[in-house]
Design a protein around this ligand. Structure first.
Ligand code: NAP
Length: 255
């Protein structure tokens, strides 16, 4: 099957100006994708979508959505499908929250919220977006795990975050089994530390240096490093890659 030239990528959590999602949306638009941004901050989602449309000349839409809320997700994807953008071919699950609380201070409420956004949010948006992909017999799903799942934290967030991001890896593999027959690939990307707002604010030079100590490439990641990998995985050349988790951490995982 040829890969359609008219296609939309839906990205959750892509409104944050310094975030991985925003950089990925920009890069996909540069490659000719139409873009749908779903974010808890609806105004920021609309602004990001308008900016991308203006700079790259592609169709875009920005919609408010709390990924942890099924009705909100359903309304948002319905709005994307009813808008002028072409059919959804790719979904990138980026919406996430951090959790720097040490385990013995963790509360049930905070634990539940981390899982509601990072894990249940990925389930809800993916299930809703898959209806159209299954119907059209083409799709790409990429969800963001974290090196925190593999190494057990060690960056900024702690147990709840690590556990929720480990869930993404199992989710990806199990879903890939069910989606192969529909010509839909399902993969995860697992970044090491990247300087975005989810790290508790902009990383100071001192924090970056400290985090880089064990990174073989000698620096923390950039949003563009991660965006490049995601763009490849949702693109036309990645149709035989599924159930994979891509480590992208400058070698931190083995140090
Ligand atoms: P980010 O800029 O904070 O992006 C996260 C985005 O998700 C924000 O736009 C945030 O909106 C949005 N969001 C939060 N709760 C939401 C909800 N309930 N519904 C919809 N959107 C919601 O941080 P990032 O680093 O780019 O994070 C992107 C993904 O990469 C996350 O899943 C993160 O866990 C993962 N990751 C990041 C790193 C890293 O070092 N930066 C490493 C590994 C994995 P608000 O800003 O309005 O809250």
């Amino acid at each position: 099957m040829t890969f359609p030239t008219e296609r939309t990528a839906v990205l959750t959590g892509a409104a944050s100006a310094r975030g991985i999602g925003r950089a990925t949306a920009d890069r996909l638009a540069r490659d000719g994708w139409s873009i749908a941004i779903l974010d808890i901050d609806g105004a920021a989602a609309e602004e990001a979508a308008a900016d991308i449309a203006q700079r790259h000349g592609v169709q875009t839409v920005g919609v408010a959505a709390d990924v942890s809320d099924q009705a909100s997700v359903d309304a948002a994807i319905t709005a994307v499908e009813a808008s002028a953008v072409p059919p959804i071919v790719a979904l990138v699950n980026l919406a996430g929250i951090s959790s720097p609380t040490e385990f013995m201070q963790e509360t049930k409420e905070a634990w539940d919220r981390v899982f509601a956004v990072n894990m249940t949010g990925t389930f809800l948006v993916t299930q809703r977006a898959l209806h159209g992909m299954i119907e059209r017999k083409l799709g790409r799903v990429v969800s963001i795990s974290s090196i925190s799942a593999q190494r057990g934290g060690g960056t900024y967030s702690k147990v709840a975050y690590s556990a929720s991001k480990a869930g993404i890896i199992g989710f990806t593999r199990a879903l890939a089994r069910e989606m192969g027959e529909h010509n839909i690939t399902v993969n995860a990307v697992s970044p090491g530390p990247v300087d975005t707002d989810i790290m508790g604010g902009t990383l100071t030079d001192e924090r970056k240096q400290d985090m880089s100590k064990d990174i073989l490439m000698g620096r923390v990641g950039t949003v563009d490093d991660i965006a490049a990998l995601i763009c490849f995985l949702v693109g036309p050349d990645a149709g035989y890659i599924t159930a994979a988790t891509y480590d992208i951490n400058g070698g931190l995982q083995i140090s």
